[in-house]
Design a binder for this molecule. Structure first.
Ligand code: ADP
Length: 140
């Protein structure tokens, strides 16, 4: 099912570095409407559940430790072509390869601590939104 929603997290590195405001401003300026948002923290168990698809990868332990190391901002965003446009806005997973001006080029430290998450498909956007928010917490 096509959707105009995507899900994002401002990851612990960017929160700790004080980039929440700048990143949200860039997201709004790019035309995304914030449908749901919370300042929260993932337990190791919840971080493992969120990134379950990467469980067999060598960086899984590092990823779970990082994502549960401090608070995050979780949000659901609405825009036409939300998933693809948001992936363009955040840039490549590895900030060294991210296009200039993208959120990861501006704020990510490295391939692991890369400032933001963005859903990779419409299907996952809905699954990830439901992971953090109930229906009454989303305002469309
Ligand atoms: P993306 O977040 O761009 O969709 P992936 O789904 O491939 O990227 O990976 C999920 C997350 O796992 C990345 O955002 C990053 O935090 C972490 N990650 C990916 N590749 C590596 C790696 N080689 N080493 C450490 N962490 C990684």
């Amino acid at each position: 099912m096509a959707s105009n929603l995507t899900f994002t997290m401002i990851k612990p590195d960017a929160v700790a570095a004080g980039h929440i405001g700048a990143i949200l401003a860039q997201i709004n300026k790019a035309g995304f409407k914030i449908v749901a948002m919370k300042y929260t923290k993932l337990s190791e168990e919840k971080a493992g559940e969120f990134y379950d698809i990467h469980r067999a990868r060598p960086f899984f332990g590092e990823l779970v430790e990082f994502m549960s190391s401090g608070p995050i901002v979780a949000a659901v965003l609405e825009k036409d072509n939300a998933v693809a446009d948001f992936r363009t806005l955040i840039g490549a997973t590895n900030p060294a390869e991210a296009e200039a001006g993208t959120i990861r080029a501006l704020y990510a430290k490295n391939i692991g601590e890369n400032a933001v998450h963005g859903s990779d498909s419409d299907e996952n956007a809905l699954i990830e939104a439901a992971f953090h928010f109930s229906g009454v917490e989303m305002f469309r």
